[in-house]
Design a protein around this ligand. Structure first.
Ligand code: NAD
Ligand code: DAU
Length: 364
């Protein structure tokens, strides 16, 4: 059965995945509903990410509200005013290194914020009203902890988060599950691997590498660069979320992944080589020369890899974008959006770079 989605509250819609998802949603011919985007516009949120959508749909099918998911009165009011029947909850503090330097915001937004949204849904979606409603929680593979050279995370793998970020996401997943079990709140949780693509804030490995490599700056690789991540193109993640929203089973958890495991060093080398091909090498030589091994991340998870059999067999979904193609598209997007990048590199971003990479003596 296909779920009809009318009034969707999307949290964190101005961030990387949220903005890609909203654009994806409005491109679906069978989506006729409204989107209410609640975003606090932290350093990671950028209204510019959705300027095309706002121009086309604002006040009609798209409504932006600047606000905090921890504000219960605001969230409850939004549920009532817009007759929200679906929540897609992206809003979070999302950067592992920031969570190591200062965990407080992660606890506040990721745990208390999720709790606040769940409470607003619980009091609004009464027994009579909750039929057809859905609280969809976006989560991460990092809740499962770290793998060795072999094995995969499945939906039954016990949670073993290792960073303040992943611990806060794990706590939020547990709350969502508890609201289903205890109150019968209609929920779905999905846990996805590392996303890459347009609009990602340049603190994360792939955009940071693209920009530094392009500009001829050092490319910091933690430890020996042997840690492994499973990379998925953001549009493939959006497609999985869209399918699950329509056809996912209430109360279930689904793993989403790119089936694309890579060592960090290989990802960085590939970006360097692709950039050399696209814009030509630097006068000083190939961009690989910029790779600089730096102090490792404390508690650095070695490997993430997902068993995605469940979503494959139940929904027929699989990741489509081949890595080299997705990376090329991503590189070209950053090269064609230099103004976006310049504006992102605000005072706040610079401050972060100085605080964090200052310790590792890099000239960013
Ligand atoms: P992001 O950091 O790019 O965006 C987060 C957004 O949330 C920003 O727009 C920010 O302004 C907003 N926000 C933060 N705190 C808020 C608050 N208190 N109230 C309202 N809005 C707030 O994050 P992302 O990379 O797009 O990740 C989105 C979600 O997907 C997160 O829940 C993250 O845990 C999850 N996830 C991310 C990845 C990935 O690789 N990026 C992979 C799996 C899961
Ligand atoms: O796995 C899903 C997660 O992926 C999401 O839940 C997080 O929100 C998202 O930020 C991402 O977390 P990671 O820590 O895996 O992503 P990041 O891009 O920060 O780092 C990827 C890998 O690259 C990781 O092993 C650390 C390494 N790294 C990262 C940076 C920023 C470097 O070697 N150098 C760097 O400068």
């Amino acid at each position: 059965m296909m779920r009809k989605l009318k009034n969707i509250l999307i949290t964190g819609g101005c961030g990387f995945i949220g903005s890609n998802f909203i654009r994806y949603l409005f491109a679906q011919p069978n989506f006729h509903g409204k989107v209410i985007n609640l975003d606090e516009l932290t350093y990671a949120g950028n209204l510019e990410n959705l300027i095309d959508i706002a121009n086309q749909y604002e006040g009609n099918r798209y409504f932006f509200i600047k606000g905090n998911i921890c504000n219960f009165d605001l969230v409850k009011q939004i549920f009532q005013d817009y007759e929200v029947d679906t929540v897609v909850h992206f809003a979070a503090e999302s950067h592992v290194d920031r969570s190591i330097l200062g965990p407080a915001d992660f606890i506040q937004t990721n745990i208390n914020g999720t709790f606040t949204l769940l409470e607003a849904a619980r009091v609004t979606w009464t027994e009579e009203k909750k039929n057809g409603c859905l609280f969809y929680h976006i989560s991460t593979d990092e809740v499962y902890g770290s793998l060795g050279q072999t094995g995969f995370f499945s939906e039954d793998t016990p949670y073993r988060p290792n960073s303040p970020y992943s611990a806060s996401k794990a706590a939020s997943d547990h709350l969502v599950r508890a609201y289903y079990k205890t109150y019968g709140l209609p929920v779905i949780i999905s846990n996805c691997t590392n996303n890459y693509g347009p609009y990602q804030f340049p603190e994360k490995l792939i955009p940071l590498t693209i920009l530094n490599a392009f500009e001829g700056k050092p490319i910091p690789v933690y430890g020996k660069g042997e840690n492994i991540r499973d990379w998925i193109y953001v549009e493939d993640h959006c497609e999985a979320v869209w399918l699950l929203l329509q056809k996912g089973k209430i109360g279930e958890q689904y793993n989403i992944g790119g089936a694309n495991e890579r060592r960090n060093i290989d990802v960085v080398r590939l970006i360097c080589n692709l950039l050399d091909e696209i814009v030509g090498p630097l006068s000083s030589g190939p961009r690989e020369n910029l790779i600089t091994f730096v102090k490792d991340r404390p508690g650095h998870d070695f490997r993430y890899a997902m068993n995605i059999a469940k979503i494959k067999s139940t929904l027929g979904w699989r990741p489509k974008t081949e890595f080299k193609l997705g990376l090329t598209k991503t590189i070209n997007w950053y090269l064609n959006h230099k103004d976006w990048v310049e504006r992102i590199k605000s005072g706040e971003y610079q401050k972060w770079v100085e605080t964090f990479y200052g310790e590792t003596k890099h000239a960013f």
